[in-house]
Design a protein around this ligand. Structure first.
Ligand SMILES: Cc1ncc(C[n+]2csc(CCOP(=O)(O)OP(=O)(O)O)c2C)c(N)n1
Ligand code: SF4
Length: 279
């Protein structure tokens, strides 16, 4: 679809960053709140939509680029991060966002998640964590609690401890780690803005209810609470993770920005490299 490009001179409102396509998400799906927060963050930072590229894998949550007025790529299941990393490295002039679900990011895409944390390309990665496979109709995902027994696939539960995304990100060398809630689009928009400003890989775990397959998640509003204290000390961050209850939100860990700033490679230099590989 050819969309008119925003004038850089005109301030854009959050609604200007919506594509106009009607989301096919179920009523009450948490992903609506994430879409609102993303568009608010882009508007706050006044990034022209033609300078934004939104990359995703497969899943209900991975549909979000289609609803955002920006360049987008809806790729293969679990493969958002390699595409986003390559794009961020070759086009440092773009704001690169990547998004998907907990299945997409931590199961089939788990290997890419680990290496994106340590490669530290300038990508803001939003994982809409509903602790279930929504699109394929309710199987347990890596973040599902061991005893959840509503799935026909594992009627007695998985009997496995859930994956801990923030702890894994910290161990893998991620320089920006936060947890947010889709039911708080303003707080989430602020964290997304901070993630975009961070000059490296920024990871946000977003608790995003799936009312269809996990109706009990509609109680998240009562369970989430602000609580992380931002730190640049990994030990302190880890201690906070050991003490948190899985519903603590906020910016947990941010490495010193000056320390992270990656040297920018001018586009002309990339063109020279491309030319050298021409056959
Ligand atoms: C290679 C591959 N394996 C499996 C699938 C089937 N599949 C599609 S979406 C999905 C899981 C989606 O769950 P999640 O990433 O948690 O996102 P949600 O739908 O909950 O937002 C799976 C397993 C696929 N499309 N491609
Ligand atoms: S199945 Fe769940 S995750 Fe998918 S659109 Fe419906 S509520 Fe959202």
């Amino acid at each position: 679809m050819n969309l008119p490009i925003h004038s850089v001179d005109r301030p854009c409102k959050p609604k200007d960053y919506k594509s106009g396509l009607k989301p096919v998400w179920c009523p009450g799906c948490g992903d609506f709140g994430v879409l609102n927060a993303v568009t608010k963050a882009l508007s706050t930072l006044a990034i022209p939509s033609h300078e934004v590229a939104f990359i995703s894998g497969i899943g209900c949550s991975s549909r979000i680029p289609a609803y955002t007025r920006s360049y987008g790529f809806h790729g293969a299941h679990g493969r958002a991060l390699p595409v986003a990393t390559g794009l961020a490295l070759s086009r440092p002039d773009l704001t690169v966002l990547a998004a998907g679900g907990d299945g997409d990011g931590f199961s089939i895409g788990g290997n890419h998640f680990l290496h994106a944390c340590r490669r530290d390309a300038n990508v803001t990665y939003l994982v809409m964590d509903n602790a279930v496979y929504g699109m394929t109709k309710g199987q347990p995902s890596p973040t599902t609690e061991a005893g959840w027994d509503e799935s026909q696939m594992q009627p007695d539960g998985t009997d496995q401890a859930p994956f801990q995304p923030l702890e894994v990100a910290l161990a893998a060398g991620c320089g920006f780690i936060a947890r947010a809630f889709s039911g708080d689009p303003n707080g989430l928009a602020e964290l997304i803005s901070e993630g975009i400003r961070h000059p490296g890989f920024a990871f946000l775990q977003i608790l995003s209810p799936c009312p269809t397959f996990r109706p009990e998640q509609m109680q998240y509003k009562k369970q989430v609470h602000a609580g992380f204290r931002e730190t640049a000390n990994r030990g302190e961050a880890y201690q906070q993770l050991l003490e948190n209850d899985g519903f603590t939100t906020g910016l947990l860990y941010r490495q010193d920005v000056a320390h992270r700033a990656a040297p920018e490679r001018p586009i002309e230099q990339l063109q020279e490299i491309e030319a050298a590989f021409q056959v």
